[in-house]
Design a protein around this ligand. Structure first.
Ligand SMILES: [Fe+2]
Length: 391
């Protein structure tokens, strides 16, 4: 991987990858054969997806017939992916892909399906356990090409170099330029069937990506273009999307991809680091878990790096000169969206007991990479304060 160290005097330094093809628009799925014939990825494919949505929505059949029309001779469906994909299921999929001589994988679903597809693409060509490829190790080629087709508007995994797997009550990240999907297909028609609670949770994940990326040590003029635009679109369109407005959902879909690009060139920081344990231990959805620390994080950065808070708010159209007033205005906007969608805004509202706070602090502190990558790296006391305020 190319590593470029950013610093405050060189805001233009950045490095990262994009998929070779991104197709965005209604009907984009039908264009898959054109891209496949152009890129010649092979003719034996594994579809990696969850147990229900793809089948029940009719999209699994549709995808299979699209692949057949592209001249694919063999289609293996691996539909055992669960939310927060456990490593052993990915290992099972990897074994199957290897036995079936698969040429490329198609991840169809939310972040879990796309991340599982990434893990399977690695294990199809590499010996050993999935954990051997977790950060700080990096999977190296050959890795099967990945086609990513998201069905939620949150993760951005269709354009990112990340895959997150659950093992031993931890979120483990696999990270590398070679697991960036080769093709990303974003067809907003797929979102017609998304339950609105899922939409709200995943949009909060995307909003977190956008806001956290802005305060990441690798943030640059380049990443800020994506992160601030993504945040603005989500803040402006969340309500109508929640009310099933198709064009607003399409905008959220677009914004989640932009936020994915932003974190591909930066990363996530404090809210993600603290949210992981809530998902692993209490089963809260990733988007919800992360969002529970978002406003406390904004308050934190507005105090530590006020000029950055001002520049973010300026980009979001919040034109105030005082960083704490800016932060307050942004927090109010986020809170109003959360209450519109009936999302819990405090840990206690999400069913977390006060007695758990010690564990949440201890585990939160263990996600060092996320914490240290914040432009204003938090001390353990800062983390404790953020978590207690979030309670
Ligand atoms: Fe996320």
């Amino acid at each position: 991987m190319v590593v470029v160290e950013a610093n405050s005097s060189s805001m233009l330094i950045f490095a990262g990858s994009f998929p070779r093809r991104i197709l965005f628009g209604r009907g984009a799925l039908e264009k898959l054969p054109d891209v496949l014939s152009e890129l010649t990825l092979g003719d034996r494919v594994m579809i990696v997806t969850g147990r229900r949505f793809a089948r029940e929505s009719g999209y699994l059949d549709k995808l299979q017939s699209i692949l057949k029309s592209a001249g694919i001779s063999k289609i293996v469906v691996f539909d055992r992916v669960k939310p927060n994909p456990p490593a052993e299921i990915v290992e099972e999929g990897g074994k199957l892909a290897r036995n079936e001589n698969i040429d490329f994988v198609v991840g169809f679903g939310g972040g879990s399906a796309m991340d599982a597809a990434k893990g399977i693409a690695v294990l199809a060509t590499h010996e050993g356990r999935l954990r051997e490829y977790y950060y700080p190790n990096e999977p190296k080629p050959p890795i099967l090409p990945i086609v990513a087709i998201p069905t939620t508007c949150g993760t951005g995994s269709e354009v990112t170099k990340y895959a997150i797997f659950s093992e031993n009550l931890r979120k483990n990240v696999m990270l590398g330029e070679h697991i960036v999907p080769v093709i990303a297909i974003l067809d907003p028609n797929i979102l017609d069937k998304i339950p609105r609670e899922l939409l709200a949770h995943t949009a909060m994940d995307a909003l977190s990506h956008a806001l956290e990326s802005y305060f990441h040590v690798k943030a640059s003029d380049f990443s800020e273009m994506f992160s601030s635009e993504a945040a603005k679109i989500i803040l402006d369109n969340f309500r109508k999307a929640y009310d099933e407005d198709r064009s607003s959902k399409e905008k959220l879909f677009y914004a989640s991809m932009l936020a994915g690009i932003a974190i591909n060139f930066t990363g996530t920081v404090i809210p993600h680091g603290l949210g992981y344990y809530l998902t692993e231990k209490f089963g809260l959805s990733h988007g919800l878990a992360t969002s529970l620390f978002l406003t406390q994080f904004i308050e934190y950065v507005s105090k530590k790096i006020p000029e950055r808070m001002l520049s973010l708010c300026d980009r979001l159209g919040i034109k105030l000169d005082d960083p704490s007033a800016c932060a307050k205005a942004l927090i109010e906007r986020i809170d109003s969206l959360r209450s519109y969608a009936n999302l819990p805004t405090r840990l206690r509202e999400a069913g977390i007991l006060e007695a758990e706070l010690g564990n949440i602090i201890e585990n939160g502190l263990s996600y060092k990479r996320n914490l240290e990558n914040c432009i204003a790296p938090p001390t353990p006391d800062d983390i404790e304060e953020i978590i207690r305020k979030a309670f």
